[in-house]
Design a protein around this ligand. Structure first.
Ligand SMILES: [Zn+2]
Length: 277
């Protein structure tokens, strides 16, 4: 008896095409918390052609993924020194925050418990800079991957706002003014979700009990993000994040997906160029 596996293996031509796309692809990782760092390592192991790293926050004593000598450096600088394979298999580039990087195929925006009012503006800025933006966002309840955002057709950050999947920014104007109001039950003076607390530095800085413990779900979210990037880059089949948000519940680990379409009231739909003829 022989197991039939040939139907699931790509033929040599497809393998060569996927390999070429991988080598030509450029991925920007914006946010180098442990999940971002892990995603960067995995993409390098996969053989991505160019990896851009962006995060101006300094490495602190609780960032145990970085060597002690990296403390005080920008995370993007420390990560590029740490991860660059040095053999040219992947070009690792450090990108200053706010700089516009051209030619990015997938722009991963990784935020662990971001301030809600900042997330929308950060996603909009990312969409202005890159053709495809993949958010990976942790909040108090879950890790949320996707949906893929683009101003070249498909969902945009304002679509998420209209769908109620992002809190409204404090000041709205222009197209964003048509967006729904923040949830009524959320008081105006509600505290924003905090950035993750970093353990206080102690005299026993090397005491394992004081080290930042890896969040296993965060690692799962990172793995899932890398997988979706691989599917997008290879282009052989549609990626789940092109039409859905993949959600991993923090309390239970339950995984679900939420189908999301461009919102009918979003300005991005009318901004699409009409078909010729
Ligand atoms: Zn939209």
């Amino acid at each position: 008896m022989r197991l039939m596996t040939t139907s699931t293996r790509p033929d040599p031509q497809t393998q060569a095409l996927c390999s070429a796309r991988r080598r030509l692809a450029t991925v920007l990782i914006d946010g180098l918390d442990p999940a971002g760092l892990q995603a960067a390592k995995q993409l390098i192991q996969w053989g991505i052609g160019t990896l851009m790293l962006c995060d101006d926050r300094p490495v602190t004593a609780s960032d145990t993924d970085f060597p002690r000598t990296a403390r005080g450096m920008h995370r993007s600088h420390a990560a590029s020194r740490l991860l660059d394979p040095g053999d040219g298999s992947t070009v690792v580039i450090e990108v200053p925050a706010g700089a516009t990087a051209s030619g990015v195929d997938v722009h991963l925006v990784l935020r662990s418990r971001p301030r809600p009012q900042q997330l929308h503006s950060q996603l909009r800025a990312a969409c202005r800079a890159s053709a495809a933006v993949l958010p990976v966002v942790g909040d108090a309840q879950a890790w949320r991957l996707g949906p893929l955002l683009s101003h070249q057709g498909g969902l945009c950050p304002d679509c998420l706002l209209h769908h109620g999947l992002l809190p409204a920014p404090p000041e709205t104007s222009g197209a964003a003014a048509a967006a729904p109001a923040p949830e009524a039950e959320r008081p105006a003076d509600a505290e924003p979700l905090p950035e993750p607390e970093r353990p206080a530095e102690t005299a026993q800085g090397s005491d394992p009990s004081h080290r930042q413990q890896p969040d296993p779900l965060l690692q799962a979210a990172s793995h899932l993000a890398v997988h979706q990037i691989q599917v997008l880059v290879e282009g052989q089949r549609p990626a789940a994040v092109q039409t859905a948000q993949l959600i991993t519940d923090r309390a239970t680990g339950h995984q679900s997906s939420l189908s999301i379409s461009p919102h009918p009231e979003c300005a991005c739909l009318t901004a699409v160029e009409p078909l010729a003829g």
